[in-house]
Design a binder for this molecule. Structure first.
Ligand SMILES: [Ca+2]
Ligand SMILES: [Ca+2]
Length: 623
């Protein structure tokens, strides 16, 4: 991704500064309300690295800081989508500060899954080397938290160790490629955090990587940002080609280590960023190219944004030419509004930002009059009767307008939110809805006075007739939200170590409707201290068929209040609680189980809930 400016022209720095890098200030075309590219509007993102896992695309990106005049990048971000149009923000589970040996520069990266763990290969600047090196972080969840797997660089050569790409071949051998201006690879060991021998330098021949003229230091088109994978027996190396401004080109080989054959340009230079970085996946039967550009308002070469296009390989496996669009790919599945939808799930947004929520995950913040969130392809079916929103406001609040197919489209509900006493003091607001049937793009448009109006953590609709959602009591007299336990409660194992469910190896088929369970067993392990507690909950599928998508409901017997959760989305209204699967633990095979946990506060007695139901079916409780 980033560093052509630094690595390719180091010997002609003055010429560089006078040249392309400084001239790529291009006109920004304001996005229309119907555009879905770039994917993220709340911050600038760069260097996309998509990962398909459990019927979900996890998108790992860098983050260009606002106002950057160089590649000022301090953290990596994660987003996910099951429909390729609505993306959920999972925040920043990794920063260069995670690596004690690094001094900065959270540059290009890629994550991969193996044996129950997610390995995230990154570029950071090494304190000892005073230049970039390749590090590796590890987590049991695709959304982190991630830790440094080694406490030192995984790989470094003499220069230009940036832009790692990783792939596990069908024979189990994993490869890590990287580099600018040179291209290197190692064969990773099974542990994914060590390798055999020394880095191997790939011969950059013109037959392998095309011919560049006028730059004796770079005889081929290979610049940086490699993306390595195999498809139908053919190995692909897609890369940022140069000089500057970059474009995306590719080479192929019948072998994982070459020799390579140059195959041409995929995406010509366009989009207002002088760098680019490819990420290519197959997902749900289609192919997608991720890249970055400077198309967000205020964007450019140091304020980039990740975008995606759907494409079809030619019959011989070659790429078509792919141009950047503002429309992006079509939706591959409708969004179910009758399950909890994180408010930070968006196809497009204007004016809002996201932040870490005290209830876990992220919430939408910085909401002002006229800001809105677009959620694409929402399937209301026969009709919604009401709308629940988890909201907080330190001011006097504002109104959430629910509109269809445009920010000023048909109004189907209007939800006045009052102050709650704090930006992280959450309450569930319920409002009537009428006229929301069929499938539409949903706009949550915020109106009110000046300044910040409210924060929103999640929302859901409730159907008419036999609503399956938990009945929501009127907003009558809720007890004030108890003080949030501090991040490190005094209790024994109170620290929020994520012990996610072991991700199931085989993703279930395309999910849309949860499959009802014929049997389930819940293990509920309490760990309490003072007025705080954690619960580790394991849901076992004792039925004969796999579950694809689950929701576990129970009622507390006392005044327990959930404050945050992991490995599930936990929503509480009064004493009623619903825990819904994350993308990575949606599938529970017959006889298998999924686990999640949460932290809460209480006073008086804190006992195991008397009953649980999974997708509406009562479960037994393990003693
Ligand atoms: Ca705003
Ligand atoms: Ca949320």
């Amino acid at each position: 991704m980033r560093g052509s400016c630094m690595f390719s022209r180091i010997r002609s720095w003055a010429a560089l500064l006078a040249g392309a890098c400084m001239l790529v200030v291009m006109a920004v075309s304001p996005a229309t309300s119907h555009a879905d590219n770039p994917i993220v509007q709340t911050i600038y993102t760069a260097d996309p690295a998509p990962l398909v896992y459990n019927n979900t695309v996890y998108l790992y990106t860098g983050h260009d800081e606002d106002g950057s005049t160089y590649f000022t990048m301090n953290e990596w971000r994660v987003y996910s989508s099951a429909d390729m149009v609505n993306w959920t923000d999972h925040g920043a589970p990794l920063s260069w500060k995670t690596f004690s040996w690094a001094t900065g520069d959270a540059w290009a990266s890629q994550a991969i899954y193996r044996n129950g763990k997610f390995y995230w290969y990154v570029t950071v600047t090494s304190k000892a080397l005073n230049r970039p090196a390749i590090g590796v972080a590890v987590s049991t969840s695709p959304t982190g938290p991630f830790t440094d797997a080694l406490g030192k660089p995984l790989a470094s050569t003499s220069w230009g160790d940036i832009d790692p790409t990783v792939f596990i071949d069908t024979d189990g051998q994993a490869y890590l490629y990287w580099g600018n201006p040179n291209l290197w690879y190692v064969k990773l060991n099974q542990d994914m955090i060590s390798y055999q021998g020394s880095p191997v330098q790939v011969p950059l021949t013109t037959a392998g990587f095309g011919t560049r003229t006028g730059n004796p230091d770079r005889a081929t088109l290979y610049e940086e940002g490699p993306w390595f994978y195999k498809r139908n027996g053919l190995y692909y190396l897609v890369f940022a080609a140069g000089g500057i401004p970059e474009y995306i080109a590719y080479s192929t080989s019948p072998n994982p280590t070459g020799p390579w054959t140059y195959r041409g340009v995929i995406m010509p230079t366009q989009g207002g960023s002088f760098t680019n970085h490819p990420g290519v996946i197959d997902f749900n039967g289609s192919s997608y190219l991720f890249y970055h550009n400077g198309k967000l308002p205020g964007g450019g070469g140091y304020a980039r944004s990740v975008a995606v296009e759907k494409f079809t390989y030619n019959a011989d496996g070659s790429f078509p030419t792919i141009n950047m669009t503002t429309a992006g790919p079509p939706s591959i599945a409708p969004l179910n509004p009758y399950a909890v939808v994180q408010a930070e799930t968006m196809a497009w947004s204007v004016g809002v930002e996201t932040e870490a929520s005290s209830e876990g995950g992220m919430n939408v913040a910085n909401i002002e009059n006229g800001d809105y969130i677009k959620v694409k392809g929402v399937s209301f079916g026969s009709g919604a009767a009401s709308f629940d929103a988890r909201v907080a406001s330190a001011t006097s609040g504002g109104t959430i307008e629910l509109r269809l197919d445009g920010p000023t489209g048909t109004l189907v509900g209007s939800c006045a939110v009052q102050g709650t006493g704090g930006w992280q003091t959450w309450t569930t607001k319920t409002c009537p809805v009428s006229g929301a049937t069929g499938t539409h793009d949903l706009y949550l448009r915020f109106t009110g006075g000046s300044g910040f109006l409210l924060n929103i953590n999640w929302w859901r609709f409730n159907g008419s007739g036999t609503a399956t959602a938990t009945p929501v009591p009127p907003t009558a007299t809720r007890t004030p939200t108890p003080a949030l336990p501090s991040a490190t409660p005094a209790g024994p194992t109170a620290t929020r170590t994520a012990t996610p469910a072991a991700p199931t190896a085989t993703p279930a088929g395309p999910t849309s409707t949860p499959v009802a369970s014929a049997g389930c067993q819940v293990t509920y392990v309490l760990n309490q201290w003072g007025t705080g507690f954690t619960a580790e909950v394991t849901v076992k599928n004792t039925s004969a068929s796999a579950i694809s998508g689950w929701s576990l409901a129970w009622a507390f017997g006392g005044n327990q209040q959930v404050t945050n959760a992991w490995n599930a989305t936990v929503a509480q209204t009064g004493a009623s609680v619903t825990a819904s699967n994350m993308g990575y633990n949606a599938s529970i095979p017959a006889g298998g189980s999924a686990s999640f946990g949460f932290q809460g506060s209480y006073s008086g007695t804190n006992s195991v809930p008397a009953s649980f139901s999974l997708n509406g079916t009562a479960c037994s409780i393990a003693q």
